[in-house]
Design a protein around this ligand. Structure first.
Ligand code: NAP
Length: 282
């Protein structure tokens, strides 16, 4: 029940009606028995500064940030956590009595999902397909987790070279055209193969980055950060070739769980959040 003491949370984006976060977060709030409510916050790009000041004035405890505000909000906050600074994007804001701190919990969501499957990237060779916005959190998460090397395959390597140069002080990474012979050879060394492209996402179910499964090491773990459909063509082909697989649902629920923990100090029921996510997507 909402009362005079209920604390406010939300998700800001434009558009925002599609966001799954209100369902996940309110389910977790109810399960934990906390006096919070989480709502969607439509914020036009040109009104971002007004919205941030408004939420501060209204004493919102915190909020998630999604497209198109993830980078634009950074100069409007008081403190930026290291992960968010390095990734260049904030997806969670915590309001401590008017002092706004920006975090990026996609990193936690991505890595925790892997660890929960029993795959620890420390010392492992990783091949990444695609290098857009989401890949920055993936790359940083892998570097933090101690991955030995990250080989990135994309359709336009020259476009991704600045990202490689930016992250090289922190870890070993390189970029190739994904149809080149050297990259195809690297598929054989990958212990972890990750898709970060939107290829195969609903409604374009036939899409897939070019992967010759006969070249992929039989024991490689295959991860697709897409969460709709639950099994992309990439994951289906991986499974049929005998690989252990993971989709993006746990990453999505995990970033929400990490944000919840920052706002409330309480560990939410992650299994419930995943279940709500799947039910809503279906
Ligand atoms: P993005 O910024 O558009 O970039 C995706 C990457 O895929 C880029 O390298 C891009 O290459 C490549 N790509 C896109 N379309 C392509 C095509 N038709 N052919 C070849 N390459 C293509 O996307 P994003 O924001 O990183 O998101 C990627 C996916 O991650 C989406 O499906 C999203 O739903 C998912 N995601 C999941 C979570 C989660 O929590 N599970 C979180 C965030 C995102 P170019 O630069 O050459 O276009």
């Amino acid at each position: 029940m909402l009362t005079g003491t209920t604390k406010n949370l939300g998700v800001m984006g434009w558009p925002i009606a599609h966001s799954l976060s209100p369902v996940l977060q309110n389910a977790a709030i109810a399960k934990a028995g906390l006096d919070y409510v989480y709502t969607s916050l439509p914020v036009r790009p040109e009104q971002l500064a007004e919205a941030v000041n408004g939420l501060r004035a209204l004493q919102f405890r915190g909020w998630n940030v999604t497209i198109p505000h993830k980078s634009a909000i950074m100069p409007l906050l008081d403190v930026i956590d290291e992960d968010a600074r390095i990734i260049g994007a904030v997806n969670t804001v915590v309001n401590d009595e008017g002092r706004l701190t920006g975090y990026n919990t996609d990193v936690t969501g991505f890595i925790q999902a892997l660890l929960d499957q029993g795959f620890n990237p420390a010392g492992r060779e990783v091949v990444l397909l695609g290098a857009g916005g989401a890949a920055r959190a993936v790359v940083w998460g892998l570097i933090k987790a101690g991955a030995k090397v990250i080989h990135i395959g994309v359709r336009s390597p020259q476009k991704v070279q600045p990202l490689v140069d930016e992250f090289r002080p922190y870890g070993m990474l390189d970029v190739y055209h994904w149809e080149s012979e050297p990259f195809q050879q690297l598929l054989g060394t990958a212990e972890l193969l990750i898709n970060t492209t939107p290829l195969g996402m609903t409604p374009h179910l036939d899409g897939m980055a070019p992967v010759d499964w006969s070249k992929v090491r039989a024991s490689a773990f295959v991860y697709d950060i897409i969460y709709t459909p639950a099994e992309t063509r990439f994951l289906r082909e991986a499974r049929l070739h005998g690989h252990a697989t993971l989709n993006g649902e746990a990453m999505l629920a995990g970033q929400g769980a990490a944000a919840f923990q920052k706002w409330t100090g309480v560990q939410p029921d992650l299994a419930l959040m995943k279940q709500k996510l799947r039910e809503t997507l279906q």
